[in-house]
Write a protein that binds this ligand. Structure first.
Ligand code: ADP
Ligand code: MG
Length: 232
């Protein structure tokens, strides 16, 4: 039970073991972690060190083999699949390396879609989505489909979609991996501005040193463990 209002994520001795035939992979090994409201933190570490597994467990896309996880005051461990889906919808914003926008929907419709699932009325959905797209530099592109946008623009739409319903935390997994360095830098600057101006909490993974530099907390992972932390 967390009592501190400022803690948005808490993991206690979280392990995730994958079993393949007789072989066990310890993707996460006894991880303890707290993320406070307003943090801008990077998970860094080599490929296979457990970054994606950790983000998926924080966001309720995956469950630990052992240990406990809280998002705000809700303990995820033991929630039914339906309750977990509801926590994801209302409290978590995801951003993926591959953008994962819905190809047949416009930028505007992609951003509205989450609010549609949440039952937000149509005029409010449209007002909020338009304002946010404008804020994120996408004015004039609202009616374009993902294929008609550059990678950097698609990822900005994905960020808009992730934050539009004001989640407790946003979890971008390698958000710049498919962008060139200029677009990647611009995306990180945008995320950092959202963090500073709106107080949105971000935990993102990366192995790009340029992206890491923009973090305010670096959490270094290796072999499923947190091995060091820095505040640059
Ligand atoms: P990272 O994101 O840092 O590259 P991952 O969290 O994807 O690391 O992977 C951590 C470890 O868990 C790796 O050894 C990976 O092969 C293994 N792993 C991840 N997902 C699965 C899965 N669905 N099935 C089996 N092993 C997995
Ligand atoms: Mg990964």
């Amino acid at each position: 039970m967390t009592t501190d209002d400022d803690i948005v994520v808490r993991l206690e001795k979280v392990s995730r073991v994958y079993r393949h035939g007789g072989i066990e992979v310890h993707a996460l090994d006894q991880v303890d972690l707290e993320i406070r409201r307003g943090e801008f933190a990077a998970l860094v570490g080599p490929s296979g060190s457990g970054k994606t597994t950790l983000l998926n467990i924080i966001g309720g896309l995956d469950r630990p083999t052992s240990g406990r996880v809280w998002i705000g005051d809700v303990e995820l461990t033991g929630l039914s699949a339906a309750k977990l889906a509801d926590v994801r919808l209302r409290r978590i914003g995801f951003v993926f390396q591959e953008y994962n926008l819905i190809p047949v929907l416009s930028a505007l419709e992609n951003v509205e879609y989450v609010m549609l699932l949440q039952g937000v009325p149509q005029d409010e959905r449209q007002r909020r989505a338009l304002a946010l797209l404008r804020d994120l530099g996408l004015e004039g592109m609202e009616h374009r489909r993902p294929a008609e946008l550059s990678g950097g623009q698609q990822q900005r739409v994905a960020v808009a979609r992730a934050i539009v319903s004001e989640p407790l935390i946003v979890l971008p997994d390698e958000p710049t991996a498919n962008l060139d360095s200029a677009a990647g830098g611009a995306l990180l600057d945008l995320m950092r501005t959202l963090n500073e101006r709106k107080g949105i909490t971000f935990v993102f993974s990366t192995h790009d040193p340029m992206v890491m530099q923009r973090a305010r907390r670096i959490i270094r992972m290796r072999d499923g463990r947190i091995v060091a932390q820095e505040t640059p």
